[in-house]
Design a binder for this molecule. Structure first.
Ligand SMILES: *Cc1c(COP(=O)(O)O)cnc(C)c1O
Length: 467
């Protein structure tokens, strides 16, 4: 087979081939980049000839044609989005693996304006002086939460790390054993405390912690009492936690102890009015007298990835001045998206319901049913390989928020004449845009809670492609 090696075309010959120009135009590539692609193809063909892996059928194989064909395929794959669009058919609104919150139109528009132009990110226009990015949206967080002061960092994990490092390093932080949670496999409250240099003082037991447990743990060395919202699991049965108000009263008696609550999700909208979960409002927690709270920007709030910190002015000022604040700072596009998201909250219920996360969570089952029925009808008319039926089901909020809360929904439960549910769902993940579904009892299930009407055509096209 090695005798074929001399038949491999030289790269300069490929450059003279008319197909070189065709590919260059088709993919809008620079010569150098296209040449590199072709070099790679020649290289891998040479390798497989040496390894005797290539099947040669003719006496004079058309290596040039083979190289151009294979290069075309690889260039196409290379140019496709790596961070690609997905249709979320799982019904889980805050799917951490699928990017959590979708942004509102207003937020997206502001991100684009900000990305396109220069901005006053760190510049005071009237004074003509250097400004601080911390100031850009602080007033909005303050208005939305009722806190004295606020700041925004990269995510809530960063917020926890900053708060512990800046305010409790080498000192003791009291936490209930039942709240030493792990979130999403990569965020462990106990590990992040250790990294921050704060000394963890565990109190109570896994299922029960009493006020007196906290009381007895307070010493001269105590810098902070931390309460962690156990967002991704629910303990049932014989349990006891101490209410925020009681802890506020206790820390009030010890001037040197800060009370900080990691709220996890942090709701600015009252989902309880729709009978969904029992998530406290950030405003209520602040009103109860907590010194500092932190929460995520892209969980129940429905904005970009960020960590919001709100609370006493004196403490927030110390955080802003800490070196880590520079390390954990957010970029201008995050600030732009967060600004518009917060403005929607301040503009009242109608605007709030336009935030995709809120809209999807409170979406009535009847509305979802109409959409599911429409899809099922369309699929039946397009392909006879599928059997699909409407079923009642439940959706979860996800993102480690509101564990155990299940909201009524409707799904299309689909089976294929030849393909198993696993095979069909694999095919659906490979189409563009990819479709992520849920498998239940060997049926591929699409929960329409997380699918917009505008996505129905793409959804249908994906199923047709897999028929
Ligand atoms: C989600 C969560 C975090 C981490 O928040 P990110 O914004 O994902 O970094 C921290 N603490 C709690 C209690 C959480 O639920």
């Amino acid at each position: 087979m090695k005798q074929y090696l001399r038949l491999l075309p030289a790269v300069h010959e490929l450059q003279k081939d008319p197909r070189f120009e065709t590919l260059k135009k088709k993919f809008d590539l620079h010569e150098t980049q296209l040449t590199e692609f072709l070099q790679q193809e020649v290289g891998s063909l040479r390798k497989s000839l040496l390894a005797e892996e290539t099947l040669i059928e003719k006496a004079t194989p058309d290596f040039t044609g083979q190289i151009f064909k294979s290069a075309e395929l690889h260039i196409q794959i290379w140019q496709e989005d790596r961070l690609e669009r997905v249709i979320n058919g799982t019904g889980t609104v805050l799917h951490t693996n699928l990017g959590r919150s979708r942004l509102s139109d207003a937020a997206i528009a502001h991100v684009v304006r900000t990305a396109e132009n220069y901005s006053n990110l760190e510049y005071q226009l009237v004074a003509g002086k250097r400004g601080s990015r911390h100031q850009i949206i602080e007033d909005l967080v303050v208005q939305a939460t009722g806190a004295e002061a606020a700041m925004v960092v990269n995510n809530n994990a960063a917020a926890v790390f900053l708060i512990l490092s800046a305010l409790a390093k080498k000192q003791e932080v009291i936490v209930s054993r039942g709240q030493l949670v792990e979130i999403g496999g990569s965020f462990r409250v106990s590990s992040i405390m250790e990294e921050s240099g704060a000394r963890l003082v565990e109190v109570g037991t896994t299922n029960k912690t009493h006020l007196v447990d906290y009381e007895q743990a307070i010493t001269e060395e105590t810098a902070m009492m931390m309460k962690v919202h156990t967002s991704n699991f629910k303990m049932i049965g014989f349990t006891e936690t101490v209410e925020t108000a009681k802890l506020v009263e206790l820390t009030g008696k010890h001037q040197h102890v800060i009370f900080y609550e990691d709220l996890g999700s942090g709701a600015l909208y009252d989902f309880k009015q729709h009978g969904i979960g029992d998530e406290p409002l950030v405003r209520e927690v602040i009103e109860s007298g907590v010194d500092l709270v932190s929460f995520s920007g892209d969980k129940l709030l429905g904005g970009p990835q960020a960590g919001l910190i709100a609370g006493k002015k004196e403490l927030v000022e110390r955080l802003k001045k800490h070196q880590l604040a520079r390390v954990l700072r957010v970029d201008k596009m995050t600030l732009a998206a967060m600004e518009e998201t917060l403005k929607s909250y301040l503009a009242g219920a109608e605007k709030i319901a336009e935030l995709p996360t809120i809209r999807d969570i409170i979406r009535p089952a009847e509305d979802i049913k109409v959409q599911a029925q429409l899809f099922i009808r369309n699929l039946q008319s397009k392909s006879s390989n599928y059997h699909s039926e409407l079923q009642e089901s439940t959706s979860q909020i996800g993102g480690g928020t509101m564990p155990g809360v299940e909201i009524p929904t409707y799904i299309a439960a689909i089976t294929h004449k030849r393909l198993s549910a696993a095979q069909l769902s694999l095919c659906l993940r490979k189409v563009k845009p990819a479709i992520v579904s849920r498998i239940q009892e060997d049926q591929v299930c699409i929960d329409f809670r997380t699918i917009n009407f505008s996505e129905l055509d793409d959804l249908l096209a994906g199923f047709v492609a897999c028929q």
